[in-house]
Design a protein around this ligand. Sequence first.
Ligand SMILES: [Cu+2]
Length: 81
Amino acid sequence: MTVQASNYVFSPATVQAGALVRLVFDANGLPGCSRTVTLPDYDITKTIVAGDETIEFTPSDAGPIAVACSMNMFTGTLMAE
Ligand SMILES: [Cu+2]
């Protein structure tokens, strides 16, 4: 996961519904409030810090998964299929 302009960019951007997903961040590459990452559909909010830079969750359904900072300034989408 990297931040480009005000977007979270995932590579790969497609994940498998029903399988554990681990998002790996780089705390040094997260400007300002983009460090606090939310997945509203999954009730996840996590502030990424050095040494604790992953978020794990299991997508329940196929479809887009919204990712945003806590103030919705940085946004991104993962696609589950
Ligand atoms: Cu923000």
